[in-house]
Design a binder for this molecule. Sequence first.
Ligand code: PMV
Length: 333
Amino acid sequence: MPAVSPVHSRVKVSAPGKLFLLGEHAIVYNGICLITAVDSRLYMTLEAEPSTKQILTITAPAVGLDHWQHPLHEIAETNQVSGPASFIASCVALFHRQFPFNVSLKIETASDFAATLGLGSSSATVATALFGLSSLFGVGLSHRQLFDMGVDAIQQVQHLGSGADLAAAIWGGTLYYANHTPREIVPLDIPTLPLMVVYSGQKAGTVNYVQQVRQLHDSLPHIVPPIIELMLTLVEEGRPALENADWPRLGQLMNIQHGLLHAIGVDTAPLADIVFQARAAGAYGAKLSGAGGGDCAIILITPAEQQLLSETLTHAGYQVLPLSVHATGVRLE
Ligand code: PMV
């Protein structure tokens, strides 16, 4: 395959984080979910440098990488980098196989949000890396091509994942996402969502929780699969509620999803505390968002009631995150 050459010496790109509105965990079982992009972004600068010894250099302070270096041909041949450089290295390997290039690459990331918040820093990293490479070498990959390559890159590193977070990072906005073949990604036209986002103070390991739920699913085949089915019904009913701004209805469905996530063992005391305080303050609904075991809770609540609840939760030691949703997907900066 002929080598591609950079059409720029440097590009800067960014991608948003994400929050699951409904359907987390169920999405893993060829399910469906509703997911929204948040306006907290991961930024990536990619530089091409002519050199005889082609090296990948990564600086990503949020994950402790400072001038991490590795020969590019080894990455492309083996795609077996482990540790914090693995997501970027996996993207570079897959891109290099399809579009071989003969320059050194310098990649630097910076983020609006801490990787510990569970807002999807890995998927934003994959989206920016592939979109950045596509822009740097002028190959014009479509959203769908970025997505398909990104799903492979993530599988290579963590061997699981629904791809919903990656879709949110690439397309942005709010998506109805169906995890069957081919994956269905439907951007939704939604009214402004009155959502509060609160960090529970604990970081969760997505992979562990997905595996833990899988074990429960397989060991209780008459109990957990029907719970997953119910979660899918919540997504089906949640979609029109979201599109029609029927907040009481959407809130009710969010409350039920939280209950089902509790039932499959991924709720925590701090998440439950936030959810109960939110309901007591008059929220339409509240739930944990994502794999559980920590990270963030989301609360559907009128703007008028947000201020008081925000003060109460801050006083209780939680971090209220000033985020808005339905953010723009991957883009050139
Ligand atoms: O913990 P998060 O925010 O990365 O979300 C994980 C969501 C799961 O449905 C549990 C897993 C997945 O791959 O979609």
